[in-house]
Design a binder for this molecule. Structure first.
Ligand SMILES: Nc1ncnc2c1ncn2[C@@H]1O[C@H](COP(=O)(O)OP(=O)(O)OP(=O)(O)O)[C@@H](O)[C@H]1O
Ligand SMILES: Nc1ccn([C@H]2C[C@H](O)[C@@H](COP(=O)(O)O)O2)c(=O)n1
Length: 275
């Protein structure tokens, strides 16, 4: 286990270095927007699942300790392989981690990495590293993040795939991606394989707002104006992606309006086959 952790740490360090040098930038967008055209309502006190796929029953595997999809993810790949590195033939295992801003994605990914052999790649972190490059593209990314918008997909997908290759590993938690249909299409077209499942942290907006305002990490988007925009972006652009995966029965939902420990107790059930 220690060796695995060392490998992961080395992989992530290489990935971060590469992102800092990287050529592309990305934007991100804000979280909760009601889907299907209702741009307005801020769903204070309402968990996103209530507006995903038209109702609360849309959850594919919440309540199960291990989903059909999580199980499938652990099985030997039988698709002939679509590796991400040169000469690689094994299709990596990818879990997309989604949820509104402040839902606790990063917090729970750290727990999963501690207990299971996954590399955590946060699209937002990669974009923030890229924005520090000071390049014109990095500056564009910085502005988009401040406005709560989603960065052009090519930028984000390239950063993610570069980081995956640089890690040398084959199991990834991809946090904060895909944020919209364009992200998803770009992933499919560029990576050529889909995620194994989507881990969705569902949390009411008022709870997420309180968390973001208390995060205190100096992020340019953790202010009330940008938070509101991020929620709109989430509702309008990201929830439809979750709906898409719901229809494929690939979404594992966790209620993240609980203590971090209770959230993780539910989360880790979806990873038991990776132990
Ligand atoms: N279950 C929880 N209960 C209370 N606070 C939490 C919980 N989970 C995370 N937090 C805190 O809320 C803040 C946001 O958490 P985190 O950064 O993990 O969210 P996120 O979904 O990754 O956010 P973003 O999408 O904006 O990057 C952090 O300060 C974190 O410590
Ligand atoms: N796929 C993505 C992910 C993130 N961004 C931008 C827009 C977000 O508001 C910002 C911060 O992301 P977070 O750390 O909250 O996940 O990064 C994007 O454009 N595309």
């Amino acid at each position: 286990m220690r060796r695995a952790m060392e490998r992961l740490t080395r992989g992530v360090a290489r990935a971060s270095e590469r992102a800092m040098r990287g050529a592309n930038g990305g934007t991100r967008e804000p979280v909760s927007a009601v889907r299907a055209g209702a741009v307005t309502a801020v769903v204070t006190g309402t968990a996103a699942s209530a507006i995903v796929a038209g109702g609360a029953s849309a959850v594919a595997c919440a309540g199960e300790s291990e989903s059909k999809n999580a199980r499938a993810a652990t099985e030997e790949k039988s698709d002939g392989g679509k590796g991400i590195g040169k000469g690689e033939t094994k299709t990596p295992t990818v879990v997309f981690v989604l949820g509104g801003p402040g839902a606790g994605k990063g917090t729970q990914c750290a727990n999963i990495v501690r207990d299971f052999a996954f590399v955590h790649l946060s699209a937002g972190d990669l974009l923030r590293a890229h924005m520090k490059s000071g390049s014109p593209e990095g500056n564009m990314v910085a502005e988009m993040i401040k406005q709560g918008q989603i960065v052009p997909s090519e930028v984000t997908v390239n950063l993610l795939l570069d980081a995956m290759r640089a890690s040398g590993e084959d199991r990834f938690l991809i946090d904060g991606f895909p944020r919209n249909k364009e992200n998803r299409d770009a992933w499919e077209n560029t990576a050529g394989f889909d995620c194994d499942f989507v881990l969705f942290f569902d949390c009411p907006e008022d709870v997420m707002t309180t968390r973001l305002l208390g995060r205190n990490e100096g992020r340019s988007d953790d202010n009330i104006e940008t938070i509101k925009k991020r929620f709109v972006t989430f509702r309008e652009s990201s929830l439809p992606v979750i709906n898409y995966y719901e229809k494929l029965n690939k979404v594992c939902t966790v209620n993240s309006d609980q203590s971090p420990e209770d959230v993780y107790a539910q989360t880790k059930g979806f990873f038991s086959k990776f132990a």
